[in-house]
Design a protein around this ligand. Structure first.
Ligand SMILES: [Zn+2]
Ligand SMILES: [Zn+2]
Length: 387
């Protein structure tokens, strides 16, 4: 693999980044670490694109093509429990999603391509803030990410715990889900626990709503279109001997297409209003879609399959879609894109779910991941030797 010689260097960068996790758009230490390295490799570096985002541009020859490769700068508000000697030094913050590894793979590719790259055109190394809360990609796009630097295609890798290390998987069409947060407020008439007929008990009404919401996925969505509706909170103002007059149901809904998300929202509104009317209470539904589905375009997916086969024979070009969400959806809406999953391993910390306090990015993925980026760039921006 092309970046094998950078393995020790990349492990050092990854562990350094792991020790300084930062949150949301407030990632200036991490951004400076990345930008300084890119400058050291001789790239043209743009800082503060979309508040704290960084873009490094590497140019070879005069080819008109430009491809974007994305990594994430941000971490999570989690207290690390790995006990590693390179554990987080920022209390209550942790790289528990492997973004430290994603950044390092891009840095490795940038260093290799700056020294040995066989390509003709431009590569944009895009480091976005706030992937986890979903504002970073949009912030960079609003700040002109694709206007000042038009890209033909854009790509991103995310590690996947439980899949063997260094295996690649992707698919054409939806690959990650939309995420919508909902809040249903029910207002009835509370009162004495022994006199239920004098009011309208919102626990009884709310329970019916919770049960009926389970029919959205099982009975209202096309079975071929995946969705999830989870009620995660049921809060009332009742006491042990006082029937509540107000209840709030909150939760999270996922869908793989905008149409399924819209159908989920419409079904929720209909169920809530129907049950509320039947019991003579009022109810409101607030439904906010905070992540859109990431939709992979077919040509970039084929490019990924071809490039990945130079790194490993374990390439799945038609993997199942994932019901987690990705801020990369905004970039994939703007430019033909592919979001790629890379196995993080099947043992111990490497198989723990993303966002666990004992999750760890597998350093064994650094060479395959960065070598894949190199192969992709050289394949997509070829040197035309016979012209
Ligand atoms: Zn995450
Ligand atoms: Zn992530």
């Amino acid at each position: 693999m092309k970046t094998q010689d950078l393995n020790a260097q990349m492990i050092e960068w990854r562990h350094a980044l792991h020790q300084i996790p930062e949150l949301e758009l407030d990632v200036s230490k991490t951004a400076a670490y990345v930008a300084d390295l890119l400058e050291g490799f001789g790239l043209e570096v743009h800082r503060n694109v979309g508040e704290t985002g960084v873009v490094g541009i590497l140019t070879r020859g005069n080819g008109p093509g430009c491809i974007g490769l994305r990594a994430e700068l941000d971490a999570l508000p989690i207290t690390e429990a790995t006990g590693f000697d390179y554990a987080s030094t920022h209390a209550g913050k942790m790289h528990a999603c492997g973004h430290d590894g994603h950044m390092t793979m891009l840095l490795g590719a940038a260093k290799y391509l700056s020294e040995h790259g066989q390509f003709n055109g431009r590569v944009a190394f895009v480091f976005q803030p706030d992937e986890e809360f979903g504002t970073g990609a949009a912030t960079m796009i609003r700040d002109g990410l694709f206007d000042t630097l038009p890209m033909d295609e854009v790509y991103a890798i995310h590690n996947l715990p439980g899949m063997p290390s260094g295996h690649f998987a992707t698919r054409t069409g939806p690959i990650t889900a939309s995420e919508s947060l909902f809040e249903i407020e029910i207002t009835g008439q509370g009162g004495h626990a022994a006199l239920p007929h004098m009011g309208v008990d919102v626990i009884t009404v709310g329970s019916q709503i919770v049960n009926a919401l389970q029919t959205i996925v099982s009975r209202k969505l096309d079975p071929a279109q995946n969705g999830v509706v989870s009620v995660t909170e049921f809060v009332t103002d009742g006491r042990r001997n006082v029937l509540p007059g107000k209840a709030t149901l909150s939760g999270d809904a996922r869908a793989l297409t905008p149409a399924t998300n819209a159908a989920t929202r419409a079904a929720m509104e209909q169920i809530v209003q129907g049950i509320a009317t039947a019991h003579g209470v009022t109810a409101t539904v607030q439904y906010d879609t905070i992540f859109e589905p990431t939709i992979n375009a077919s040509a970039p997916v084929r490019a990924v399959e071809n490039a990945a086969r130079n790194v490993t024979k374990h390439v799945d070009g038609d993997c199942p879609a994932k019901l987690f969400s990705e801020d990369f959806a905004h970039m994939a809406n703007a430019v033909p894109a592919a979001f790629i999953l890379m196995g993080n391993g099947t043992e111990a910390h490497h198989a723990r779910p993303l966002h666990s306090d004992d999750y760890d990015f597998n350093d064994a993925g650094l060479v395959p991941g960065s070598s894949f980026w190199v192969e992709l760039v050289e394949q997509q921006l070829p040197i035309q030797s016979n012209h």
